[in-house]
Design a protein around this ligand. Structure first.
Ligand SMILES: *Cc1c(COP(=O)(O)O)cnc(C)c1O
Length: 488
């Protein structure tokens, strides 16, 4: 597919501009000659219909949750109510200037305050900051809070973060960026933290642990309270990665399990699609000892009015401009009000039911290394299905059947991993059709493996040469060297 700059036509611009009634930019003395460009910018010379057709054709190459099943494990690619997009576009919310005086922004501050309150109740934790704009950003913010806490106590030797080998990859990355070193904790045969391995690491250099809840195997740490008790007894803090909250929202609260920081992925759990590259939001909830370190400003209620409070001496400072991505917060707030307590419990029930339904059916065809009741996702292995066929081939073949592949080769503790998250919004019929495709692919792997090895056959782009792509990096788009015209 060509970019719009490569269109051969020269159609002339699609609109007519009025005669200039101000001096031309190049007019003498207006701008230093040395700063003026010598060539015209390369703006495509195309009519409106050509531009519309170009972008419509591009959009049809894409695959999204609105096209079909998208079981990308850990990413919670589910349907989100379109009405929430409409609400986020309401002019009073979307048109508010971020520098508007708080007196003029009372409605926005009121809903942000109420959303904070709802998130605090869901987490069972007293402090909230809406400022972080991604899950990984919530992790980084949380770890800065750890630092603030230990520095205030003079325990600056606590620089080590413990991480189970089943943690999400952003966890060790965030710990490193925040200046901590990482020690890995082995999982036991059941896919949970090995308590003996944990004990062996505990000393006065440990700042805390980061737990993905449920972990990337889709398994809930059954002894989570013992893990957090041991960390606390050793003087450490507990970070919970809450990107998988759809597995237990409305049913269990991280605060009751001993979490000190918990991040939400609003753009997974609460009505903004994940993976679109668009804005996200990763608010954090914190336990009482960390509240004083939360980012500024905080939003506080003063009688009937809401105020932004900057004067918080122990705060770690701001981690983003203004209050985070407010329009993502609008959608989360609307979603929470629409669902209510009962609806939230239905979310986690359906997410877990759908995952177990698929797991039970597919484990008859594919190896399931950790065979136990799962939460919102489960991890199969593509290993040993047939000679010469691997997980990548299965994933590519799924594209021919009209499905987005699951997350592959992650988590690392399962060889040839296929990490499947059906989410709560998929129907039983949709799950059955996916399972049928997976079963047919398993049969093809034995009977006609070339169908997998050459896949995808139907996609706009066939199998890419990944080794060449990595070795022979092309980082710029090869524009032709067409000369721009001299500026008059
Ligand atoms: C998605 C995800 C993250 C990171 O969230 P981003 O918003 O993509 O930064 C962290 N942990 C887990 C378990 C996730 O699934």
């Amino acid at each position: 597919m060509k970019t719009i700059f490569d269109h051969p036509q020269r159609e002339g611009i699609g609109g007519l501009f009025p005669e200039l009634d101000v001096p031309r930019i190049g007019a003498e003395g207006l701008i230093d000659r040395a700063l003026l460009r010598s060539q015209e910018p390369r703006i495509p010379d195309l009519s409106e219909p050509t531009v519309v057709r170009h972008f419509t054709a591009l959009s049809k190459l894409n695959y999204g949750v609105d096209d079909g099943f998208y079981p990308l494990g850990s990413c919670t690619m589910k349907h989100n109510p379109k009405v929430n997009e409409t609400l986020a576009r309401l002019p009073g919310l979307a048109g508010l200037h971020p520098l508007a005086d708080p007196d003029l922004a009372q409605g926005t501050l009121a809903f942000l305050y109420e959303l904070s309150d709802l998130l605090s109740r869901i987490a069972g934790m007293p402090g909230i900051s809406l400022q972080p704009v991604a899950g990984a950003h919530g992790e980084l913010t949380g770890l800065f809070l750890f630092r603030g806490y230990f520095e205030a106590r003079g325990e600056t030797e606590r620089r080590r973060i413990l991480l189970p080998d089943s943690a999400h990859g952003t966890n060790p990355a965030s710990a490193a960026v925040a200046g901590f070193s990482v020690s890995e904790i082995q999982s036991n045969d059941a896919g949970m933290v090995d308590l003996d391995a944990l004990d062996a690491e505990l000393d006065e250099t440990v700042a805390g642990i980061m737990l993905t809840v449920p972990n990337t195997l889709g398994i809930f740490e059954e002894r989570i309270a013992e893990v957090t008790d041991r960390i606390h007894a050793a003087g450490g803090l507990c970070y919970f990665d809450g990107a998988n909250l759809n597995a237990f929202i409305g049913r269990a609260r991280p605060g009751d399990m001993g979490a000190d920081v918990f991040h939400f992925n609003l753009h997974k759990t609460l009505s903004t699609p994940h993976g679109g590259g668009g804005p996200g939001a990763g608010p954090i909830a914190v336990s009482e000892p960390l509240v004083e370190f939360l980012p500024v400003p905080s939003i506080e209620q003063n009688g009937e009015a809401y105020a932004l409070v900057w004067d918080r001496p122990n705060s770690i400072g701001s981690v983003h401009s203004f209050y985070g991505n407010v329009l993502v917060a609008v959608k989360a707030y609307a979603y929470l009000l629409q669902l209510g307590d009962e609806g939230l419990r239905a979310v986690s029930e359906d997410a877990v039911l759908n995952a177990n339904y698929l797991q039970e059916r597919l484990k008859k065809t594919y190896p399931l290394p950790y065979d136990r009741l799962c939460k919102h996702e489960f991890v199969l292995s593509g290993k040993g299905l047939a000679e010469g066929v691997c997980t990548l081939d299965i994933a590519k073949r799924l594209i021919d059947y009209g499905f987005h592949p699951p997350t592959v080769y992650f988590p690392l503790i399962v060889r040839e991993a296929l990490m499947i998250e059906p989410t709560e919004t998929e129907s039983r019929d949709g799950l059955d059709r996916f399972a049928e495709a997976m079963e047919r692919i398993a049969a093809e792997a034995r009977e006609a493996p070339e169908l997998l090895l050459d896949a995808p056959h139907q996609a706009p782009v066939r199998r890419l040469d990944q080794t060449r792509a990595a070795r022979d990096l092309v980082l710029t788009y090869p524009f032709d060297d067409r000369e721009g015209g001299e500026l008059a």
